[in-house]
Design a binder for this molecule. Structure first.
Ligand SMILES: [Zn+2]
Length: 85
């Protein structure tokens, strides 16, 4: 995907991130970019793929729903089991 510098609109190149950014990057799809234009010299974080964030949210939502369903199912079994005896 072709990304542009938010300051001047010139093409940007991906640069290696610091350890802290890499750890934070586990949860986000953000990468550090550096502007190719020497006069601009902009550097910052950009979303590499706008859809990745939505996919991550869907994954979190899916996992949450499964956990809620499991907890609900277990509590239902406990309640129904208790009323029977
Ligand atoms: Zn720039």
């Amino acid at each position: 995907m072709f990304l542009k510098c938010p300051e001047c609109g010139a093409p940007v190149r991906r640069v290696p991130r610091s350890l802290l950014e890499r750890i934070a990057g586990i949860f986000t799809s953000r990468y550090r970019y550096h502007c190719r234009k020497k006069e601009c010299d902009w550097q910052g974080l950009l979303n590499s793929r706008s859809t990745a964030v939505g996919q991550e949210l869907l994954l979190i939502l899916g996992v949450t729903m499964v956990v809620v369903a499991l907890v609900y199912g277990m509590s239902f079994l406990l309640v129904s089991g208790g009323s029977r005896s």
